[in-house]
Design a protein. Structure first.
Length: 250
């Protein structure tokens, strides 16, 4: 597909902040119309919508939903169809991320981490399947570079993201030949906002383990997503690492 020939419609979960906002801006810059999902980041979502609609009126619609509520997922797809008449791509970007210590893991942590990182992508993909088949569209899941080498103390998060890789490959089989399904596995791009573990010493260690000896930018992930949506018509069931080669050093 080519964003410049026909406006494509993309649903992006968690699209208001951080990497999600970078994906939103990049796809919008390429000419896509965006359904921007948010959960609690209303201020950021509305500001980004206003910014992008100044560039192209009516090109961004926002929708609030708690992705852990399965009943809230089909209405996201319906909103895209009502406003834009079609859906060409789904980007499952929204994610919860925090450590869980073995021996202290509780059901609430399991439900939140598995829910946002694995359960919601499955059920939202299921809800979007018919619309994506109609447009010969695609799904891009955002996973993590630690899928093969889990990060210590992140047992539930790591399991969820590894499950998302399996889900990516399973959906690629189930939705073929009409819908392509791929994933992007980011490396060090943005540090968490509220995690004291990532102090300066840890950050420098991560940079030293990265073959390119630097962190990436949110735009690196956004461009990878754009590639898989727009420039990869013969790629499906693939996980694209965007990590500066750090996975080779772990």
């Amino acid at each position: 597909m080519n964003f410049h020939s026909v406006p494509k419609v993309v649903l992006i979960t968690g699209g208001a902040k951080r990497v999600g906002a970078a994906i939103t801006r990049e796809l919008h810059r390429q000419g896509a119309n965006i359904l921007l999902h948010y959960h609690t980041s209303a201020k950021e979502a509305l500001a980004l919508q206003a910014e992008l609609n100044l560039m192209r009126a009516g090109s961004v619609v926002v929708a609030q939903a708690n992705l852990l509520d399965l009943a809230a997922l089909p209405p996201l797809v319906d909103t895209a169809l009502q406003h834009f008449g079609r859906l060409d791509a789904l980007v499952n970007n929204a994610s919860s991320y925090y450590p869980t210590q073995l021996g202290q893991i509780d059901a609430a942590q399991w439900e939140e981490l598995m829910g946002s990182n694995l359960k919601a992508p499955l059920f939202l993909s299921q809800a979007a399947a018919d619309a994506l088949r109609a447009s010969q569209g695609c799904i891009v899941n955002i996973t993590d570079m630690h899928i093969e080498r889990p990060k210590k103390h992140y047992i539930v998060y790591s399991a969820a993201k590894a499950g998302l890789v399996s889900l990516t490959k399973s959906l690629a089989q189930e939705l073929a030949p009409d819908v392509r399904v791929n994933a992007v596995a980011p490396g060090p791009v943005l540090w968490p906002d509220d995690n004291q573990e990532f102090d300066e010493g840890y950050r420098q260690q991560v940079v030293n383990q990265t073959l390119l000896k630097r962190t990436g930018e949110p735009s690196d992930i956004a461009k990878a997503v754009k590639f898989l949506i727009d420039d990869a018509p013969f790629i499906t069931g693939h996980v694209l690492a965007v990590d500066g080669g750090r996975n080779l050093s772990l």
